[in-house]
Design a protein around this ligand. Structure first.
Ligand code: AMP
Length: 396
């Protein structure tokens, strides 16, 4: 069995999954959190048992070494030689790296050029890649891009109506994110429907802390709600999603803040958190709303309304959706959120069965038999997509 490490390096975390291929069995999964802080936490699941330890981990290189050493110490592997390949989730490939690639010095140089497009994510992604390269110099590494699935959107979908020079000289266009998840979920729902991905049109609602909607026509992403950055689209845990761009200058003047500061507020203090003043977490919001907190309920309604707007629009854009699919933390686990979104789609003939909708983390058809569009819950699995592409490319 080939063992593949799927890695997701965030700004202060390093998530990993060791996957046995081609069986796609999860051998172990874990995360190092609070990297660079004093009380970093290492968590790993071995044989169903969760082990958690505290360390002082300065950077991603130290975290990588720790993870690999722990795999041996805990008997998950006997030697590093068992790891055949490492696949990295990389947030941005822009219009240069439009599909998964084997990582060589050339790809690292390209990613370094792209850092400006998504510094918060690309810098830790690169650090993770370099750390694995240093510790496992002979193991092939692959980059799997969040943007890749959206690389074939039509021009009319990715162009912003701004001076053309912004696009030509500064690469300002819609890129879209969560592509690996949208691809997995749209392919998986086709299988569940007994069809080929090329024969179905799907609207995927990836609703987690970050959230985006994707219009998938015959297996191809033709539009998605996130844009140049992951700030565009629907309201999220702490992100505003779409607003009138004129608000930025207006609030800069009102608050005496810089554009950077206002953008940070739109990224970190808006969305669920901004509207409710309660939390960025959907569980907290539903708890508060159910206790009568009107602003918590408003935050949920604002998001549901915007999601329904996208779903309705994408239903048209794909030429009639066969399925609407919910995935990610909220999409998989929050029946009430699915319910208030679908309630806004009755004009499309969408009807869900509330008893079937009462489910979490399972693959399930939740629409009624007479619903004009099927509605599904499909847990996402970005790691397996990373492992698949890694195996394919290291053996190519
Ligand atoms: P993600 O970014 O995909 O990990 O999703 C995180 C979001 O999923 C948070 O807003 C969580 O509150 C939400 N979530 C996770 N589990 C549940 C649950 N059981 N019920 C409601 N929301 C959940």
């Amino acid at each position: 069995m080939a063992k593949i490490m799927a890695v997701n390096a965030g700004s202060s975390s390093l998530k990993f999954q060791l996957i046995g291929m081609p069986e796609e069995t999860v051998i172990t999964t874990g995360i190092v959190e609070r990297i660079g802080m004093k009380d970093s936490v290492f968590t790993i699941k071995v044989n169903g048992e969760k082990i958690q330890q505290m360390f002082d981990i300065d950077n991603h290189a130290v975290a990588t070494k720790l993870v690999l050493d722990k795999l041996i110490e805990l008997g998950v592997i006997q030697s590093f030689d068992e790891i055949e390949g490492v696949g990295h989730r990389v947030v941005h490939g822009a219009d240069v790296l439009t599909e998964s690639v084997l990582i060589t010095d050339k790809e690292i140089a390209i990613l370094e050029e792209l850092v400006d497009l998504a510094p918060l994510h690309l810098i830790p992604n690169l650090t993770g890649i370099k750390a694995f390269k240093e510790i496992l110099p002979t193991v092939k590494q692959v980059a799997v891009f969040d943007t890749a699935f959206h690389a074939h959107m039509p021009e009319e979908a990715y162009m912003y109506a701004v001076p053309y020079d912004w696009y030509e000289r500064h690469a300002v266009r819609k890129y879209g994110f969560h592509g690996t998840s949208h691809k997995y979920v749209s392919e998986r729902v086709a299988v569940l429907m007994g069809k080929e991905p090329k024969d179905v049109n799907v609207v995927v609602c990836h609703l987690g802390n970050g959230a985006s909607i994707c219009a998938v026509k015959g297996g191809v992403s033709i539009d998605t709600s996130m844009g140049f950055t992951p700030l565009e689209g629907i309201p999220m845990g702490t992100r505003s999603g779409n607003i009138d761009p004129a608000v930025i200058e207006y609030m800069m003047v009102k608050k005496g803040k810089s554009a950077r500061e206002i953008t940070a507020i739109l990224n970190k203090q808006s969305g669920y958190l901004g509207v409710s003043g309660v939390s960025s977490d959907s569980r907290d919001l539903w708890d508060a709303a159910n206790r009568g907190n009107a602003r918590a309920r408003l935050a949920l309604d604002v998001q549901a309304k915007r999601i329904a707007d996208y779903v309705a629009s994408y239903h048209c854009y794909v030429g009639g959706a066969d399925a609407i699919v919910f995935t990610a933390g909220i999409g998989e686990n929050a029946p009430s959120t699915r319910s208030i979104i679908c309630a806004r789609l009755t004009a499309l003939g969408v009807a869900i069965d509330e008893a079937k909708n009462e489910c979490r983390g399972v693959e399930r058809l939740i629409s009624t038999p007479d619903s004009k569009i099927q509605v599904w819950v499909v847990p996402t699995n970005e790691e397996v997509m990373i492992a698949r592409d890694t195996v394919r490319l290291i053996h190519a």
